[in-house]
Design a protein around this ligand. Structure first.
Ligand SMILES: [Zn+2]
Length: 149
């Protein structure tokens, strides 16, 4: 029970891909590199959309099949978890779409805060990253401080 709800969404889904090996002297975010990331993002989005469909089907199948109120309560809890999971998946899909936009207008792979190259390996680990590690960590520290006040 509730296996689907407990499923963890990793940063790039369950996809496997071959890490990109830039040719000697190849510029950062060359057309070939952008294609590499497009295919990672597309595959990830497809997985997520299949997940969303599966969740909806699963909920339709199981809805209102329990006459016992205790069973129904458990089921409702399970459903609300699934809904939250689906919500997260939807947000991720939106983020992937936004990222595709960055690829198309040539802003992909650069830190939106300081403008440095985020780097191939980090982009492969987090294909939707919009900040370099330094800016990201700094933001997280600031966020913690703001919340502490
Ligand atoms: Zn930065």
């Amino acid at each position: 029970m509730a296996k689907t709800a407990a499923r963890k969404i990793s940063s790039a889904g369950n996809q496997s891909f071959t890490p990109y090996k830039p040719k000697k002297g190849e510029e950062y975010m060359s057309e070939a590199q952008l294609d590499h990331f497009r295919s990672i993002l597309n595959g990830w989005k497809k997985d997520l959309m299949a997940e969303v469909d599966r969740t909806v089907d699963h909920m339709k199948d199981e809805a209102a099949n329990f006459p016992d109120p205790a069973d129904r309560a458990t089921q409702e809890e399970e459903f609300s978890l699934e809904l939250r999971t689906r919500d997260r998946e939807r947000k991720l899909i939106k983020k992937i779409d936004d990222t595709m936009g960055l690829i198309n207008n040539g802003e992909y792979g650069y830190c939106e805060t300081c403008g440095v190259e985020i780097g191939l390996r980090r982009m492969e680990a987090r294909p939707t990253a919009t900040q370099c590690i330094d800016c990201k960590s700094l933001d997280e520290i600031k966020e913690k401080q703001t919340r502490g006040k």
